[in-house]
Design a protein around this ligand. Structure first.
Ligand SMILES: Nc1nc2c(c(=O)[nH]1)N[C@H]1C(S)=C(S)[C@@H](COP(=O)(O)O)O[C@H]1N2
Ligand SMILES: [Mo]
Length: 414
């Protein structure tokens, strides 16, 4: 991308904010791209590049890995969002939270039982489910506890974006709308809630309001065009777009229609919100509007000494589409609208960018997303005021990165 001159003239209006240089101006790029030699070296090819029946990432990208840590006794695998460009998370990099391990299940091992306040209790096996009409939707999935360390730690931890906020990913999910199955069993009067249960050792289970499930619920069978990965719930999971990760029951094997919520261990313990005045928010299903700058982000080092960079990031909301993302490079004193790249999908990652001329001085980068319903991210101080000291679920405050004069990027509270 050596010489882009003239292509992005529309952004000249932002020149003051961005520090003087027009994006794509030859001067901006001269610092990064070395001049081309007169004679091009012969293309290097090495024989023996092994290919495999199921392709793998380049061995030269081996550093792109999920990171794992133990949270409250169970492992949490986080997506390295700082390596993601575009809105789809590679399936092998999808974050994962298992409270009781990943059960080794074949598709014959699992059937979906639908019972309770229904006219005809039914058992669906995979062979039958595969014959139903399916829909495909691109949606993010985020753990309620994502970014918990930023909510709880008194000082900002010097970690990568993935380590800080990698309990969110975005995939294309394909499966059978739950309404087809519920209409087939028929619903009895008084049916209001559904308790969804997984086939893992701890029988993970959550109660969900029936109306919402009829509208949006899906029995997901495919992820990014292939069958679900074991860690995403193979052979099937419940998927509720925009709702906290925990209700998206993996290894789904039972749906019980009831008149009231069951208050299972999985919805009354870790997954409640404690407000500042001590009251508890039950059933905070929706994930809130949120965004992160992926480039530059925690522990990256800007190639310098200064010059043109592209600030890039991801924004999402559990309530709808992203309407705008504002970016600040001066710690929140001034903001400018970033460019949203299509497709801007409902309850999905949206990719945003903004050209930035780094002067080589200290800077604090922040992004603040607003969704189509007008919900905007709070600052950390605002979020902390709303919730109790020890509250950490649904943390969606603005993420700030300090760029030091030497180009090192670190997590800060601003
Ligand atoms: N059966 C079962 N479903 C589960 C869980 C689990 O431990 N068991 N973890 C939940 C939690 S806390 C989250 S955040 C999401 C994570 O989905 P993923 O692992 O596909 O990213 O799955 C949810 N569904
Ligand atoms: Mo979670």
């Amino acid at each position: 991308m050596g010489n882009n001159e003239g292509k992005d003239k529309g952004r000249l209006g932002r020149r003051t904010f961005l520090g003087g240089l027009a994006w794509g101006g030859a001067g901006a790029w001269a610092q990064t791209a070395p001049p081309l030699a007169e004679r091009l070296p012969a293309a290097r090819s090495r024989s023996g590049g092994a290919d495999m029946p199921y392709g793998q990432p380049s061995p030269h990208e081996a550093a792109v890995q999920r990171t794992v840590s133990e949270v409250a006794g169970f492992p949490v695998w986080r997506t390295p969002l700082q390596h993601q460009r575009g809105i789809i998370t590679a399936s092998g990099l999808h974050f994962a939270v298992h409270h009781n391990g990943v059960p080794d299940l074949s598709q014959e091992d699992v059937t979906l039982r639908l019972h309770g306040l229904v006219e005809r209790p039914l058992r669906f096996d995979l062979e039958h489910l595969m014959r139903y009409p399916m829909v495909s939707r691109v949606h993010f999935l985020e753990c309620a506890g994502n970014s918990a360390a930023n909510a709880l730690s008194p000082t900002a931890l010097d970690e990568t974006l993935g380590e800080i906020a990698g309990e969110v990913s975005c995939s294309e999910w394909t499966g059978v709308p739950l309404k087809y199955l519920l209409h087939e069993t028929g619903l009895k009067p008084g049916a209001r809630w559904v308790v969804a249960e997984g086939a893992d050792a701890g029988s993970h289970s959550r109660s969900l309001p029936l109306q919402a499930l009829l509208q949006d619920g899906m029995v997901a069978l495919f992820q990014n065009g292939e069958r679900l990965r074991p860690s995403q719930g193979y052979p099937m999971r419940l998927f509720m777009p925009g709702w906290e990760g925990n209700v998206n029951v993996k290894w789904l094997h039972r749906l019980e229609v009831t008149d009231s919520p069951a208050h299972t261990k999985d919805e009354s313990g870790l997954y409640t919100q404690v407000l500042a005045d001590g009251r508890i928010e039950r059933f905070a299903f929706h994930m809130e509007v949120k965004s992160v700058i992926t480039h530059p982000s925690g522990r990256q080092v800007l190639s310098g000494p200064h010059g043109q960079h592209e600030i890039a990031g991801l924004a999402w909301s559990g309530r709808g589409r992203i309407a705008r993302v504002d970016v600040s490079v001066d710690g929140g004193r001034s903001w400018v609208a970033a460019r949203l790249h299509g497709p801007v999908l409902d309850r999905a990652f949206t990719h945003f960018t903004l050209p930035w001329n780094w002067t080589g001085r200290k800077a604090v980068l922040m992004s603040r997303a607003t969704d189509e319903h007008g919900h905007t991210q709070p600052l950390r101080s605002e979020w902390k005021r709303r919730y109790a000291m020890h509250s950490f679920n649904h943390y969606n405050a603005v993420q700030a990165w300090r760029v030091r004069a030497d180009g090192r990027v670190e997590n800060v509270y601003a």
